[in-house]
Design a protein around this ligand. Structure first.
Ligand code: PXP
Length: 247
C-alpha cells in the first residue's frame, strides 16, 4: 500500500462546455495539461456512446500529449473495445452506460455478466491495458470482478457523496463504512482499489484517508469549482485588455 493516493482528474466537462458552443473552445486537452502541471497523477476521460462530451479526436490527442497515464472510461461494447485496442491506453475503466442518464448513476453489473465480461476483458489485458471495473461497494461484485480478470476496481462513491450533501449524517456514515469494508475486501482479493464519483472539497477527506484506496478520480466538482476560482482573474484580464485598448 503506497503512502500517497493518486489523483485522477476527469476532464469530460471541459468538453461539455466546449460542445455547448460547437467550436473548439475550451479544449479538454489544454485542461488535461494544466491538471498535470497542477499535480494530477493521471487523466480520466469517458468516451460515451453518444459522444455527448469527449470525442474520439480528444482521446487521440490526449494519448499523444499527456505525460501521465490515461484512464479511458468506456462502456463494454464492441465499438469501444475496438477503439481501446487501437489506442492501447494505460488503463480502461468499464462503466455502465444508459443513454438517458446524466452521469454514470450506478456500478457495473459484473456478477450477472461474468462470461461476457471475462471475454471482453481478455484482449484488453493482452494488449497491456490495466482493466478497471466501476462497481458498487458490494462483495458479490468485487468477487466477480476478480474472477473476470480485472486488475482494478473503482468503488462508486456517489451514494456516500449524496448523503453527505443532504446532511444525512447517519446514512453517509453507513455508506462510508461499506466502502471501507469493501476497500479492504477487494484489496485482500489482490485487486487495486480506486474510488470516485461526486467527490468535493467537503467530502473527500474520509476517502482520501483510506490506505487501501490507491486512487481517486474526480471530475465535475473540479471543473465547476474552477469557474469560481478562476472567474476573478479572467474578468480582471478582460477589463485590463479593454482599458489598454482605449488608452
Ligand atoms: N469515476 C467514474 C468511473 C466515473 O464514471 C466518473 C464520472 O464520469 C467519475 C469517476 C467522476 O465523477 P465526478 O465527475 O462526479 O467527479
Amino acid at each position: 500500500m503506497s503512502l500517497n493516493q493518486r489523483l485522477g482528474v476527469n476532464i469530460d466537462h471541459v468538453a461539455t462546455l466546449r460542445n455547448a458552443r460547437g467550436g473548439a473552445y475550451p479544449d479538454p486537452v489544454r485542461a488535461a495539461l494544466l491538471a498535470e502541471a497542477a499535480g494530477a497523477d493521471g487523466i480520466t476521460a469517458h468516451l460515451r456512446e453518444d459522444r455527448r462530451h469527449i470525442r474520439d479526436s480528444d482521446i487521440e490527442a490526449l494519448m499523444e500529449q499527456i505525460t501521465t497515464p490515461l484512464n479511458f472510461e468506456m462502456a463494454a461494447t464492441a465499438e469501444m473495445q475496438a477503439i481501446a485496442l487501437g489506442l492501447k491506453p494505460h488503463a480502461v475503466c468499464l462503466v455502465p452506460e444508459k443513454r438517458e442518464e446524466r452521469t454514470t448513476e450506478g456500478g457495473l453489473e459484473v456478477a450477472g455478466d461474468e462470461i461476457r465480461l471475462k471475454e471482453f476483458i481478455s484482449p484488453l489485458a493482452d494488449a497491456g491495458c490495466r482493466v478497471s471495473l466501476f462497481v458498487a461497494a458490494d462483495e458479490r461484485q468485487l468477487e466477480a470482478s476478480f474472477r473476470v480478470g480485472a486488475t482494478i476496481v473503482e468503488l462508486h462513491t456517489g451514494a456516500y457523496c449524496n448523503f453527505h450533501t443532504e446532511g444525512n449524517v447517519l446514512a453517509a456514515h453507513a455508506e462510508l463504512e461499506r466502502i471501507k469494508h469493501c476497500a479492504t475486501f477487494a484489496h485482500n482479493l489482490g485487486l487495486e482499489v480506486h474510488g470516485g464519483h461526486g467527490l468535493t472539497f467537503d467530502n473527500v477527506g474520509p476517502l482520501a484517508a483510506l490506505p487501501e484506496i490507491a486512487e481517486l478520480n474526480i471530475g465535475h466538482f473540479l471543473i465547476g469549482e474552477s469557474v469560481f476560482n478562476g472567474l476573478e482573474v479572467v474578468i480582471s484580464k478582460m477589463r485590463k485588455l479593454m482599458q489598454d485598448a482605449r488608452n
